[in-house]
Design a protein around this ligand. Structure first.
Ligand code: ATP
Length: 368
């Protein structure tokens, strides 16, 4: 590893957003949003288009002032501190490189404006070029680089002055799938190496789950849930989060009884058990199960599993996995996804059991 930046060296910042609101005329782009971003954390803001992610990032950056609320950094109120004095690193959708400057001049730029010595600049720029794999391209202009290489220059330029926070807004949206995955791994590695606090905006669920230490899910200007990728995916607290993070089967339950950590309710003629309880207004709720947590068998599985009968209506081959389209006895459609290597041929229109371990299902309130 180059010498100038060791893990934990960067003075990673801790940010606290307190009751942030932002209105544009009568429109509420952010509604009373409170969020703590831990020191050195990789936090992703995830949500559909127009949910307020970029507005929140612009408030963090200091480019947009919140209408209400305060922003704290390391215990200091920075709500009114202008962007240039926050000195965060930034990488946006467009690469925004200086077209007339070479790769090394682009990366050197933030150090030059900070008045660093030429020896320091040379060493740090050399470090960053090695770190982002751009050796041999130092003298090229951005126009001579591929999209992935340009984004690497943008990353290097944003990190070279060792900012305490790096803000990234959909940085890979213009890249094709393979390059995008490569750059995701690169960003993850840079985060681990620098120890800087990363705040990343995306509307891509798998990108958010793959990269982040925590994910904050936005919808219509509200923060719906914040948690580790596994927690928000496997234990979403509302239906929007459950559905936004991936395909989900929702089974309406009646006569729900909560007993300690478990809840049980009726779906068709079966009792479904869920290893979780939530506050319910009445006796109905929804059992939610991801398609890849269910499996198809000729007989119901006994040990701590739920099972329902279904008819197979079709299958879609996705290479690594195969998705089965099923219908329950009451006519609800259901999806089950199994690794293709483990899936044995299942005849269309055959009646099968669909089972899932009790701990894989979760309970959602009826509405919402
Ligand atoms: P995307 O993924 O499409 O970038 P987003 O979640 O980042 O979406 P924002 O860009 O934060 O969403 O926008 C949130 C809402 O605020 C949108 O409805 C947008 O039209 C509105 N908005 C953002 N900036 C302004 C502005 N300067 N004036 C008026 N409305 C704005």
């Amino acid at each position: 590893m180059p010498q100038s930046m060791q893990p934990g060296d960067a003075k990673a910042a801790e940010i606290k957003a307190v009751s942030i609101g932002k209105t544009f005329g009568a429109f509420h782009a952010l509604k009373n949003l409170s969020l703590d971003i831990g020191r050195g954390e990789f936090l992703t803001l995830l949500g559909p288009s127009g949910s307020g992610k970029t507005t929140f990032l612009m408030i963090l950056a200091g480019f947009t002032a919140p209408t209400t609320g305060r922003l704290m950094m390391d215990g200091r109120d920075i709500t009114d501190v202008p962007a240039e004095d926050r000195s965060y690193g930034m990488v946006f959708q467009g690469y925004a490189l200086f077209p007339h400057l070479t790769v090394e001049q682009n990366i050197a730029f933030p150090l030059k404006v900070r008045g660093r010595s030429s020896a320091d600049i040379k060493r740090k720029v050399g470090d960053m070029i090695t770190r982002v794999g751009l050796g041999g391209h130092e003298k090229k202009l951005p126009a001579k680089l591929s999209g992935g290489q340009q984004q690497r220059v943008a990353l290097a330029r944003a990190l070279v002055f060792e900012p305490s926070v790096l803000l990234l807004d959909e940085p890979f949206s213009a890249l094709d799938k393979n390059l995008r995955e490569m750059m995701q791994q690169e960003v993850k590695r840079l985060h681990e190496e620098t120890g800087t606090t990363f705040v990343f905006v995306t509307h891509d669920q798998s990108e958010a789950l793959a990269l982040s230490s925590r994910v904050a899910i936005f919808n219509q200007g509200e923060l719906l849930q914040v948690g580790k990728p596994q927690d928000v995916y496997e234990r979403p607290t509302n239906r929007f989060v459950a559905e936004f993070l991936g395909e989900i089967n929702l089974l309406p339950l009646e006569k729900v009884e909560v007993n300690g950590e478990r809840a049980a309710g009726k779906f068709e003629d079966r009792t479904i058990i869920v290893n979780q309880s939530i506050a319910l207004a009445g006796k109905t709720a929804v059992a939610a199960v991801r398609p890849e947590h269910m499996f198809i068998s000729a007989a119901p599985q006994a040990s701590d599993c739920n099972a329902i009968t279904c008819r197979v209506e079709g299958a879609t081959y996705f290479g690594a996995s195969t998705k089965y389209h099923l219908r329950t006895r009451s006519g609800m459609s259901l999806a089950v996804s199994m690794p293709t290597a483990l899936a044995s041929p299942i005849a269309h229109q055959s009646d099968v059991w669909v089972s899932w371990p009790v701990h894989q299902g979760f309970l959602l309130p009826d509405a919402g």
